[in-house]
Design a protein. Structure first.
Length: 109
């Protein structure tokens, strides 16, 4: 079963990264005619909407935070079907730069 994994990406760019990764993984199937590019775009939009609801509305992460997204999918009858129960998110919160600078100065002094 294929798995889409974005790697680490800033939250403000996750949608584009997910879409590009999905198109890259499925480029051979699109070229062979097994899948339409519009289906790949539709599937990317579907999972991006779900992720937006989780990341922005539920978790309220900032655009500068970092996320890693993994989800499995199946391909059949010219369609991409997400295995939503395999969705895995990792979220890394960005610290305020003043807080980081203070900690560095304190330990260096």
């Amino acid at each position: 079963m294929p798995t889409l994994s974005t790697g680490l990406v800033i939250a403000g760019a996750y949608a584009d990264k997910l879409r590009r990764t999905l198109f890259a993984q499925l480029s051979d199937k699109v070229k062979s005619g097994e899948l339409e590019s519009t289906e790949v775009a539709r599937a990317a939009a579907e999972v991006n909407q779900l992720l937006y609801n989780i990341l922005v509305e539920d978790l309220k992460i900032d655009k500068g935070d970092v996320v890693r997204i993994r989800i499995e999918y199946d391909i059949g009858d010219g369609e991409i079907r997400w295995k939503k129960d395999t969705l895995s998110l990792e979220v890394f919160k960005r610290l305020d730069q003043n807080q980081v600078d203070e900690a560095v100065k304190k330990r260096v002094a």
